[in-house]
Design a protein around this ligand. Structure first.
Ligand code: NAD
Ligand code: DAU
Length: 361
């Protein structure tokens, strides 16, 4: 049995589906159900005894302690976080609370639990048969100039947004809990994910949603900021590989070898939509592209050097961007009820606040 945090969100939900399909091993899912957590992402698991959902905060030590004592998981995988950069700029408080203070509380409870586990091997970090895997981001490394090499695991943490700073702080806490207390941790730093169940505040689902609704497709600044895009299932498979075969105390970068400027990503989505779901007026979706004010402190380029995980653990992405984006657009077209469910009151308020009525009509 494993305990996972934040698995009613985008990556976590994809992870639980992928995990149960491949391993069948039971999962305890601790999630606070913030605006980004959606039980519908796990609807197909209702009644499945291999998935136990618990609504609660990672910082609730009594709850975390009770769950660890009751279920005695062999691993804790930590996905829960506030994850959206724009929201962190408008209101950093929740990011500090969950990503830093919440991770601290979780680490303390896990340390206490781990310390009391019986030793099943004579020595070494795996002697109690337990691992803590921390899911983090490439944003902790800062930004790259066009000719810079991609981020390797040895790149210093130089975060630029409140979100990135809060994730960087959590990486440091995890590292320190290993170095000082010996907690058997693994950390993964991944690039931009896309795929099913992503909340439409993030670029790719936002663009698909707005395109279909006949709304502007907002491009920040000149649209030449570069991100590396990875299909979410590939990220989930990488996490499984690191959990099972990674070396305790190490960090693994995960990426898609797929750097693209934002404008190119949006144009690709428009082309895919033109093919799968042409506009009724005969126009192309690219006609809805609108350049808007840039994000403050916007990082210019992220790129991941994923050679370590390939070399050490034999992981590489299975999807190309062409195959992944086609699957993704198809999924959103086939699940209008999911999009409608999440674009409710709270979502509308966010859009009004962030885009000031200029991007959404
Ligand atoms: P998300 O915002 O879609 O989901 C986050 C989940 O965490 C939600 O279900 C939410 O309810 C839950 N949560 C938030 N605060 C909580 C708390 N205090 N206690 C318990 N649950 C809480 O995020 P995501 O995009 O799925 O990202 C998951 C993890 O992966 C995050 O740690 C993020 O930093 C990391 N990551 C994301 C990406 C990406 O492209 N989305 C890339 C690399 C790493
Ligand atoms: O790099 C990994 C990170 O990727 C994760 O750690 C974060 O949790 C995740 O949200 C994501 O962060 P980004 O800021 O890169 O993702 P977002 O989808 O918000 O934006 C992607 C790029 O598109 C970024 O350069 C900003 C730009 N953008 C975004 C939105 C929402 C636009 O041009 N217009 C938009 O409306």
């Amino acid at each position: 049995m494993i305990l996972v945090t934040g698995c009613a969100g985008f990556i976590g939900a994809n992870f639980v589906h992928a995990w149960l399909e491949r391993t069948g091993e039971a999962v305890i899912n601790l999630d606070r159900l913030t605006y980004a957590g959606n039980p519908e992402n796990l609807a197909s698991l209702r009644g499945d005894p291999r998935h136990v959902f618990v609504q609660g905060d990672i910082g609730d030590r009594a709850l975390v302690g009770a769950l660890l004592a009751q279920y005695r998981p062999r691993a804790v995988l930590h996905f829960a976080a506030e994850s959206h950069v724009d929201r962190s700029i408008l209101g950093p408080g929740e990011f500090i609370q969950t990503n830093i203070v919440g991770t601290f509380g979780l680490l303390e409870m896990v340390r206490e639990y781990w310390g009391r586990l019986p030793e099943s091997a004579p020595e070494g970090p795996d002697r109690r048969g337990f691992r803590f895997l921390h899911v983090s981001t490439d944003e902790v490394y800062g930004t790259l100039a066009p000719a810079d090499p991609p981020f390797a695991e040895t790149h210093p943490h130089l975060p630029n947004s409140p979100y990135a700073a809060s994730k960087a702080a959590s990486d440091h806490l995890v590292r320190a809990w290993h170095h000082t207390y010996g907690l058997p941790v693994l950390t993964t730093n991944c690039s931009n994910n896309y795929g099913p169940y992503q909340f439409p505040e993030k670029l790719i689902p936002l663009v698909i949603h707005n395109a279909l609704a006949g709304k502007p497709l907002p491009i920040y600044g000149d649209g030449q900021q570069v991100r590396d895009w990875l299909y979410v299932e590939d990220h989930c498979l990488a996490i499984m590989r690191v959990l099972e075969s990674g070396t305790v105390g190490e960090t693994y970068n995960i990426g898609g070898w797929n750097e693209q400027p934002n404008l190119a990503v949006v144009q690709t989505i428009c082309t895919v939509l033109d093919g799968l779901h042409p506009r009724s007026d005969g126009g192309g979706y690219a006609g809805q592209i609108t350049f808007v004010q840039d994000r403050p402190g916007h990082d210019r380029r992220y790129a991941i050097d994923a050679r370590k995980i390939a070399r050490a653990l034999g992981w590489k992405p299975l999807e190309t961007f062409a195959s992944g984006i086609l699957k993704t657009v198809r999924w959103y077209l086939e699940h209008p009820e999911w999009v409608q469910g999440v674009t409710s009151g709270a979502y509308r308020q966010w859009v009004d606040r962030q885009y000031g009525g200029t991007k959404e009509r």
